[in-house]
Design a protein around this ligand. Structure first.
Ligand code: TA6
Length: 301
């Protein structure tokens, strides 16, 4: 159906009342509401839905490059920040209500002349968004269709809603080392992550994360998984799990002001917890093989 600004989107509606909207622009989940009506994700009131830029909020997809510059594993010069997946027009492969009631949409993006100009590789992306009464799962499968091995970066840039970021904590990263993008230094996390200013950190692993807000009983759990899938033709395939990275970001007042699509004090009501495959140990994907990155978001009122 047509969503904001007449943009094509798929509206998933579960019989429990849970709801999720996915725009074909960037395969961006722009909304996830649980049966009691609580909106789990944050979208800026200044978000642009006309396809001219990434949607500021929900779950933009980062591929094949994270950040403003390419690392040596990518083997390219550089492309626009966070790559082209979040500003590409994806196609709907399937949309269904499954026998168990789960609503699911599968979106695809294949390489094109435009993408090969920036990233000279053949690839196939499959993005599966599944909604049921208790959780939303989004999984990005990247398959290398090239003879040469490839090591793309990928990240689910998830914007979560919170009542007040200064009262918000992220647990599950205690003891994990992280690269502080602002201080350009590496450190180890002590206890929960809290937000007293601009925060922009790449944690080297994360699998079970919990967002909580002081004084609030409700929490949001995020289960993160990454898997390398090796295909053996007729004799099947093997799936090997590995540790994904997790980015935690809040722009705070000045960085938010510098972004035209960030509503002025919106930064107080959001935080990004972003599962990714970013670091130097990320898999080099051989021809015909795949990497799957997924997050399962469960809001517990
Ligand atoms: O994920 C954190 C980050 O890399 C920040 O450094 C900030 O740039 C954010 O992504 C948003 O980037 P964008 O290109 O969407 O403005």
């Amino acid at each position: 159906r047509l969503g904001k600004n007449g943009q094509e989107m798929v509206a998933l509606r579960h019989r429990s009342g849970a709801a999720c909207d996915v725009y074909l622009h960037g395969a961006t989940v722009s909304r996830y509401a649980v049966p009691n009506g609580h909106e789990v994700l944050w979208v800026s009131s200044g978000a642009v839905f006309n396809g001219s830029k990434a949607i500021r909020g929900g779950v933009p997809l980062v591929f094949p490059q994270f950040g403003p510059k390419a690392d040596e594993l990518l083997g390219i010069t550089s492309m626009s920040q966070h790559g082209f997946a979040r500003t590409s027009k994806w196609s709907v492969r399937s949309a269904e209500v499954r026998l168990n009631g789960d609503c699911q949409v599968v979106l695809t993006l294949e390489d094109s002349e435009a993408t090969r100009e920036k990233f000279p590789h053949k690839f196939s992306l499959l993005y599966t968004v599944s909604l049921n009464e208790t959780c939303l799962r989004t999984a990005l499968k990247m398959t290398n269709m090239d003879k040469a091995t490839v090591a793309p970066q990928a990240l689910l840039h998830t914007y979560f809603a919170t009542d007040e970021v200064a009262q918000t904590r992220v647990s599950g990263l205690d003891g994990v080392s992280y690269y502080d993008q602002l201080a350009d230094e590496t450190d180890a996390q002590h206890g929960d992550v809290s937000f007293c200013g601009e925060t922009d950190r790449v944690y080297e692993r994360g699998d079970k994360l919990v967002i909580s807000c002081e004084g609030q009983r409700a929490v949001t759990e995020i289960a993160v998984e990454a898997t390398y899938v090796e295909e053996f033709g007729e004799s099947g395939s093997s799936a090997t799990p590995f540790a994904p990275d997790v980015v935690v970001w809040n722009p705070h007042v000045s960085k938010a002001k510098a972004m035209s699509d960030f509503d002025d004090d919106g930064w107080k009501r959001m935080l990004c917890v972003e599962p990714g495959i970013l670091n130097k140990n990320r898999p080099k994907i051989a021809e015909g093989n795949s990497v799957i990155l997924s997050q399962t978001i469960t809001y517990i009122p």
